[in-house]
Design a protein around this ligand. Structure first.
Ligand code: CA
Length: 531
């Protein structure tokens, strides 16, 4: 839907709204009347008041407890091949905070994010989520359906957003005062795409660990899988290897940032060579305290990242030191996306989106020719525009965060994007007035990890959008066994948190945000009795 059509539509809908009468979602009639809304290319399949209590999301094992709300189920068909399902949940007028929150998805997940919607609605937001135009997490939907790839790439979120705003308005009698988008991983990609492609959709956007450099990241997945598997397709690295390396990396690089606290502030400054862990010739073949040459080489190749074999130019950054295996689960390290899958992660992008050949063999990937082809044919997927002038001009605000130990979306790529935007926008000063980037040392993908990784990005964003108070830090906390055991400020990039020299290193108040050069000027410090 173009903006012009939307404006015309808004005017055309005023009589309809008047006919609806009582503008209150507490009124079951008002909610049910939303089923009669006429919006081009949109079918409102159902609209009904859901009473407070347990709600069982379709396809979910467990129900979630929710306050009363108006549930709208709709389908958008912006093209004849589109089938974008989305839901809009609207709290009763007296419980509504007057805002709309769009929520994102994960991976290639073709399902509505009910849990994220529930979180938003409990806080008083009207909220919406979409299945991005397909069902399931594999990528077969793209085979022979280029319009569905566009729906997944960016269109579903946009259509959901502009339609949801109209639906919320018709349920409550007024438009949302402010609109926010919150997403991580693929949701971070969607967030970036909204800021770049539809700069007036949201007043404020949060992009967590954004997988927005999607084509090149998929080349990175191919590269890293090949690097960590033998010619027989068997994995070279075990969980034990990965944990061993993560520990060795922290031992080697913890103090580089000036404070021995078990965390690496910026893995780009860590150059640990896994060859240091190669077993002496006297050790037994199954020695768990060291690596074989092949294992060390595999790790090094993942750090180094994919390169164009013809030009030698980097295609995609490697995965950061510290992300190898910092926890027990597959997602707390390289196992989930790099070492454990039976074939490279997201190989479906080539099979179903690019070559439309389900039998395409990843071994035939040409890192030169196929990259150029993919970037030409699948331009709807990445969201890597560096000129954010339209978004800035609308007065909108963007917060991007990531974990410096993210084993899924390499944080170096997110940092490189921020630097590139700053360069394009005329410097950090002209960027941080609308876009701030926070990287959390020792945080994994979207959450978790040895570093403080829980923080209120949305509250900070709202302060910024609604009161003009830009976040000069986010306070992050780390929890063990249900107890907060460390807090730390996350600083707006390129600043880093520096310990003031006194007090506990586990308390955020004893740190200040400083320029990275200033942080490491002093000799490394180890406060006594604190590690
Ligand atoms: Ca440190």
């Amino acid at each position: 839907m173009t903006r012009r059509v939307l404006s015309a539509l808004t005017v055309a809908m005023i009589p309809l709204f008047a006919a609806v009468g009582t503008p209150a979602a507490t009124n079951g009639t008002a909610c049910a009347n939303l089923a009669a809304l006429t919006i081009p290319n949109i079918t409102v399949r159902a609209a009904a008041l859901v009473p407070a209590g347990p709600f069982a999301p379709p396809g979910a094992q467990n129900s979630i407890t929710l306050p009363a709300f108006c549930r709208v189920e709709a389908t958008a068909r912006p093209t004849t091949d589109s089938d974008i399902k989305f839901e809009v949940w609207i709290p009763p007028v007296d419980a509504w905070n007057g805002k709309f929150q769009g929520v994102g998805n994960g991976g290639y997940q073709g399902s509505i994010s009910y849990t994220a919607m529930a979180t938003a609605m409990r806080k008083g937001y009207a909220t919406a989520s979409t299945d991005t135009g397909h069902t399931g997490d594999d990528m077969k939907f793209g085979q022979g359906h280029p319009e569905k790839v566009i729906d997944y790439g960016y269109r579903a979120i946009h259509v959901m957003t502009e339609t949801s705003k109209l639906i919320v308005r018709n349920a409550t009698g007024k438009f949302a005062d402010k609109s926010y988008f919150v997403g991580c991983s693929a949701g971070g990609h969607q967030a970036m795409s909204e800021a770049q492609r539809f700069p007036d959709d949201y007043d404020g956007i949060i992009a967590g660990d954004p997988a927005h450099n999607r084509i090149r990241q998929t080349f990175g997945f191919m590269w890293s899988w090949a690097a960590t598997h033998g010619a027989d397709g068997k994995p070279i690295l075990t969980q034990q290897n990965l944990s061993l390396v993560s520990k060795a990396v922290v031992d080697a690089c913890d103090a580089v940032d000036g404070l021995k606290d078990g965390l690496i502030d910026d893995p780009r400054k860590c150059h640990f060579d896994p060859a240091k862990l190669i077993c002496p010739s006297t050790s037994s073949a199954d020695d768990a305290t060291c690596l074989t040459r092949a294992q060390a080489d595999a790790i090094k190749r993942v750090y180094d990242g994919a390169r164009n074999p013809r030009t030698g130019e980097p295609i995609f950054t490697g995965w950061p030191r510290g992300s190898e295996g910092f926890g027990e689960t597959a997602g707390q390290g390289w196992r989930q996306y790099l070492t454990e899958p039976g074939e490279p992660s997201r190989v479906g992008l080539f099979r179903y989106f690019l070559f439309h050949d389900p039998n395409w063999d990843w071994r035939t990937l040409d890192y030169d020719r196929d990259l150029a082809y993919a970037e030409q044919r699948l331009a709807m997927l990445p969201a890597v525009e560096r000129d954010l002038t339209p978004f800035k001009k609308h007065g909108n605000k963007l917060i991007v965060y990531t974990g410096w130990a993210d084993p899924v979306v390499p944080p170096q790529d997110t940092a490189a994007y921020y630097e590139a935007v700053a360069k394009t926008m005329g410097g950090y000063d002209k960027t941080r007035d609308f876009f701030r980037f926070f990287a959390a040392p020792g945080m994994g993908h979207c959450a978790g990890g040895p570093g403080p990784n829980q923080f209120e990005a949305l509250a900070a964003l709202e302060q910024w959008v609604e009161k003009g108070i830009a976040p000069d830090k986010l306070i992050a906390s780390h929890t063990s066994n249900g107890k907060v055991d460390r807090t730390r400020p996350l600083c707006p990039y390129p600043q880093v948190a520096r310990w003031k020299g006194t007090g506990s290193i586990d308390e955020a108040g004893n740190f200040s945000c400083v320029a990275p050069e200033a942080a490491t000027k002093k000799t490394p410090t180890t406060p006594s009795g604190q590690q």
